[in-house]
Design a protein around this ligand. Structure first.
Ligand code: SAH
Length: 251
């Protein structure tokens, strides 16, 4: 059954205020065969409403991982997609609609763990949180000044993913891919960004007093590139070589 491939999909909810929304989200996930829920510092403990709205999906709430920060929720994810209620931001991130997102995920999920990140009910995701995303997804709505309830946004995207998985090749490739050719995990990308920033500061290309949007633009560039493990090693080796050092893969 193709739905099992959705086991590689993680749903991340950031600082959710209403315990009921966590229950509804779990139910939305369960109906589409998604199990992995991660909660970044939920505002309130689970309440009666959580369990009432989870209905038959209590197991997903019980097994949800609670973590302090967004990067903690993303350590084992190779692609991170932020769900945004807004279709425009000051510095435009690459953006998909819900259908494109389902297809994008269906093409990659079998071999690459993917996270879909959802923001706070009132204020959504911050730009700093979006920096951790390779791309954004926006579910088009009739009116731009409205937003969907978070659990409903999860339901729509979960459905699009499940449908795209079902429609994609009847026997989705389970081919083992070379570990070096897998996408670099988020943690390795974070170490790279730190390395890149340090190198740019050392060479005075980046003025820490006036960084402007340079690092955000770099994240956008490399996020779009879907960097593999071997490519990341080249990038880190290059930075080290420019500084006259040798890069060890575990640096
Ligand atoms: N006023 C907030 C709305 C947040 S709604 C804002 O402007 O961001 C809570 C979360 O639900 C959002 O952060 C997003 O992850 C998800 N969401 C709501 N509507 C959405 C939409 N149309 N497309 C994608 N995600 C949506």
């Amino acid at each position: 059954m193709p739905y099992t491939a959705l086991q590689n999909l993680r749903i991340v909810m950031v600082e959710t205020s209403h315990p009921g929304n966590i229950g509804s989200a779990a139910r939305a996930m369960k109906t589409m065969g998604i199990k992995d829920l991660r909660l970044v510092t939920p505002r309130k403990p689970y309440s009666q409403e959580t369990w009432a709205l989870a209905s038959g999906a209590n197991d997903i709430v019980e097994q949800a991982k609670i973590v302090p920060t967004l990067p903690d929720a993303l350590t084992d994810c190779q692609i991170v997609i932020g769900a945004s209620a807004r279709s425009e931001r000051t510095l435009q991130w690459p953006q998909m609609d819900a259908r494109e997102c389902g297809e994008f995920i269906a093409e990659r999920l079998v071999t690459q763990p993917i996270a879909l990140v959802f923001g706070r009910e009132r204020t959504g995701l911050t730009n700093e949180e979006l920096d951790h995303c390779n791309t954004l997804v926006h579910i088009p709505m009739a009116f731009d000044f409205l937003s969907l309830n978070i659990a409903m946004a999860i339901q729509v995207l979960a459905y699009e993913c499940a449908t795209a998985m079902r429609l994609s090749s009847p026997t989705p490739s389970l081919g083992v891919i070379d570990a070096d050719e897998a996408l670099a995990p988020s943690q390795a990308m974070e170490s790279f960004y730190t390395h890149l920033e340090q190198s740019m500061i050392e060479t005075r290309f980046l003025d820490p007093e006036n960084p402007r949007l340079l690092m955000r633009r770099m994240r956008r560039l490399f996020g779009r590139a879907e960097v593999t493990v071997s490519e990341l090693n080249i990038l880190r080796g290059m930075l080290a070589a420019f500084a006259g050092r040798k890069f060890q893969a575990r640096d």
